[in-house]
Design a protein around this ligand. Structure first.
Ligand code: RET
Length: 247
């Protein structure tokens, strides 16, 4: 299968190295963390970059790629992207939701929408006609928009209960996520998957790599940068009863 990988493998190798370096950095930094609640942010983030490193390696070496015939033409489809995203995007949302102090229902809603988004996007990548590919793209983008709506609505409301430092970190990460995630469907539809032939595979692969590195390693660096802020996110605020009790 490796004959399927063309010059775009340059970007896939850069992705593999970037995700590996990110993982090693987070592991190194997380080793001294003792607080179990703070460790959860490290564990989640380390899994995100590790899964991506493995999937980028699979793509660079020609395992994570196949061909789909659309209207008589063979399209190169990197299926390992979807295998990566189906696990890593829920984990990214979990990082953000835990920072916001979200309840279980909000977390489940976000992850459910996310799995639907990647699932329907995957169907689109394998669909055999241009029309059905674009229809699945539309369905997947619909789930993305609902997901972002929950993010700016319910999740941001939850984050208001956190300390100002946590709130501001949450706001920065949330905005970064919104901008980056909205670019994925754009690259997809302009790229080879959309069959419109606007963005060639070489540049599409470069664009996804840059997005993936920023959305995973960049997001992780920003999240894990300040332990003092994370500590505040995880320390439960005392209830009114506790505060009212005599010292
Ligand atoms: C697809 C298919 C077309 C429609 C939409 C998509 C959205 C993908 C997203 C992916 C995010 C990936 C991340 C990876 C981290 O490295 C599947 C391209 C809406 C939002 C954040």
């Amino acid at each position: 299968m490796s004959e399927l990988v063309g010059p775009e493998s340059l970007w896939l190798w850069i992705g593999t190295i970037g995700m590996t370096l990110g993982t090693l950095y987070f592991v190194g930094r997380g080793r001294s963390v003792r607080d179990p609640k703070m460790q959860q942010f490290y564990i989640i983030t380390i899994f995100i970059t590790t899964i991506a490193a493995v999937m980028y390696y699979a793509m660079a070496t020609g395992f994570g790629v196949t061909e789909v015939t659309v209207g008589g033409d063979a399209l190169t489809i990197y299926w390992a992207r979807y295998a990566d995203w189906i696990f890593t995007t829920p984990l990214l949302l979990l990082d953000l939701a835990l920072l916001a102090g979200a309840d279980r229902n909000t977390i489940a809603t976000l992850i459910g929408l996310d799995v639907l988004m990647i699932g329907t996007g995957t169907i689109g990548a394998f669909a055999a006609t241009t029309g059905s590919r674009i229809a699945w793209w539309g369905i997947s983008t619909g789930f993305l928009l609902v997901l972002l709506y929950v993010l700016v609505g319910t999740l941001s409301e939850r984050a208001q209960a956190q300390s100002p430092e946590v709130r501001s970190l949450f706001g920065r990460l949330r905005n970064l996520l919104i901008v980056l995630w909205l670019l994925y469907p754009v690259v997809w539809i302009l790229g080879t998957e959309g069959t419109l032939g606007i963005l060639p595979l070489y540049w599409e692969t470069a664009a996804f790599m840059a997005l993936d590195l920023t959305a995973k390693v960049g997001f992780g660096l920003l999240l894990l940068r300040s332990h003092a802020v994370l500590e505040r996110a995880v320390t439960p605020t005392p209830t009114s009863e506790e505060t009212a009790s005599p010292a």
